[in-house]
Ligand binder design. Structure first.
Ligand code: SF4
Length: 204
């Protein structure tokens, strides 16, 4: 965990964060990638993606008992590397760690023939935090420019599957003028999801 380039694992708030890819299925206007190389002083730009065995090798050197949870997040969408997410989650949960996934939630588009929610639950994933980002599809498309059509609907379907598979569901939004926070809060309520509003730290 140094603060040089290619940071894969970093710490903050007593959590351990994993940055396993810079790829994504969206291009959000508020993405950190647009105005920074990372967070908390860590450079999260990856010159190449770490392998599953490389990530586990790095994790095995860490005293995990110091941390509350391990979170898949970083400067990209973790689910583009679903098999690595599953492998790492299994490795961590076997060692008693709570694991959370922060995702844009396009799993049904990336893997139409897989039951991603069930696979995550079977691997031991505890919490899935989905970027709801907007109160309707039009605002979502303007803010996130998803690479596939119907991404908003598919994201909501995936959210339902996460809840049905027994994981804790969270929705998050960024506090921007075009986001109707109260409508988003209502949507979260309809999915029995926890709801978080994140601040925007970029240029205006
Ligand atoms: S989903 Fe996340 S990583 Fe992808 S563009 Fe949006 S903010 Fe950036």
């Amino acid at each position: 965990m140094n603060k040089g380039n290619d940071t894969i694992i970093y710490t903050a708030h007593e959590n351990l964060y994993l940055n396993i890819t810079n790829r994504c299925t969206a291009e959000c206007v508020f993405c950190i990638k647009r105005y920074s190389d990372g967070v908390y002083g860590y450079n999260l730009r990856l010159s190449r993606e770490p392998t599953l065995s490389g990530i586990i090798n790095e994790l095995s050197k860490i005293d995990l008992s110091q941390y509350k949870e391990v979170v898949f997040t970083g400067l990209g969408e973790p689910l583009v590397r679903l098999d690595e997410v599953l492998g790492i989650t299994k490795w961590l949960t076997t060692r008693g760690m709570q694991v959370r996934l922060d995702t844009i939630g396009h799993a049904r588009i990336l893997y139409p023939d897989r039951n991603v929610a069930k696979e995550l639950a079977d691997a031991g994933m505890k919490i899935v935090s989905i970027s709801l980002n907007a109160q309707d599809e039009e605002t979502y498309n303007r803010l996130c420019s998803p690479k596939s059509r119907n991404s908003y609907i598919k994201m909501l379907e995936f959210a339902r599957e996460i809840f049905d598979a027994g994981m804790e569901l969270r929705f998050s939004v960024v506090n921007l003028p075009v986001v109707d926070i109260e409508k988003c809060r209502e949507i979260a309520k309809g999915y029995c999801a926890d709801f978080r509003v994140r601040g925007y730290g970029g240029p205006v």
